[in-house]
Design a protein around this ligand. Structure first.
Ligand code: HEM
Length: 215
């Protein structure tokens, strides 16, 4: 693939990702709990505040994370790369811990396990990325940070794969009686995070292999 096609591909990914993440956070920007799409627990007063902290910390990580992959910034301004990197990992830590707490209030076990897996991957890859940078093992650092950002992007990819999951559901269940759209969406929302995670992990590993092939 030539450089121009790769650049166009990257721009499309950035636009789609920011679009999906922006759409997801829209109901939360006015800080009105009545607009929350997550059903809030009546017995846990911190549910909504923690959900907000999760959403905004994770969103900032998603926005600043891609800057770290710009080769110009890394080579010409390494101090900016280091500072943004520390902020990024700080937001990942805040986003993951609050995501873990909020996730345990989700009624579905399948979604709880998806959130638990994401948090574990997010923290582990972030920790490995940090440690390898501290030890000046920059090749390994790049690999771990690709993996880490792939987990960050699950917030967008899980939403982007949702229409595809609906289509697959309808294809697999054709001929069955139609009970309305909501039951279908509820089933799809049980699996979309897992599908988004698998897609991102495959793309990340493919990019890592390609990186080494070019050397
Ligand atoms: C990758 C690690 C992440 C984990 C483990 C995680 C976890 C969670 C959990 C547990 C919830 C509550 C869902 C529910 O109770 O049904 C949630 C909601 C949400 N998260 Fe995350 N999240 C992650 C990344 C992100 C990122 C990077 C963003 C950036 C935009 C984000 C934005 C949101 C939004 C907007 C909601 C509200 C969802 C809705 O309105 O339906 N999350 N997340």
């Amino acid at each position: 693939m030539d450089d121009h096609k790769i650049r166009v591909g990257w721009k499309m990914i950035v636009v789609l990702t920011l679009g999906a993440a922006g759409f997801a956070i829209a109901p939360y920007v006015l800080l009105d709990s009545g607009q929350s799409r997550v059903s809030l627990s009546a017995s846990f007063s911190l549910h909504y505040p923690l959900l907000l902290v999760h959403i905004f910390a994770s969103f900032i990580a998603l926005i600043i994370g891609w800057l770290q992959f710009l080769p110009g910034l890394r080579t010409k301004r390494p101090h900016v790369h280091r500072r943004v990197g520390r902020f990024y990992l700080g937001f990942v830590a805040i986003g993951s811990i609050t995501g873990l707490v909020v996730g345990m209030y989700t009624s579905s076990y399948i979604r709880q396990m998806a959130f638990l897996t994401l948090v574990a991957f997010w923290l582990f890859t972030g920790w490995k990325g940090y440690r390898t940078a501290r030890k000046k093992r920059f090749e390994a650092h790049g690999v771990w940070m690709i993996r880490n950002y792939a987990v960050t992007l699950v917030a967008a990819s899980a939403r982007l794969v949702t229409p595809l999951c609906i289509l697959i559901y309808l294809t697999l269940h054709r001929g069955m009686s139609f009970q309305g759209f909501e039951p279908i969406l509820n089933q799809v929302l049980e699996v979309n995070i897992w599908v988004g995670l698998v897609v991102n992990v495959i793309i990340a590993e493919w990019m890592i292999v390609n990186r080494f092939k070019k050397r």
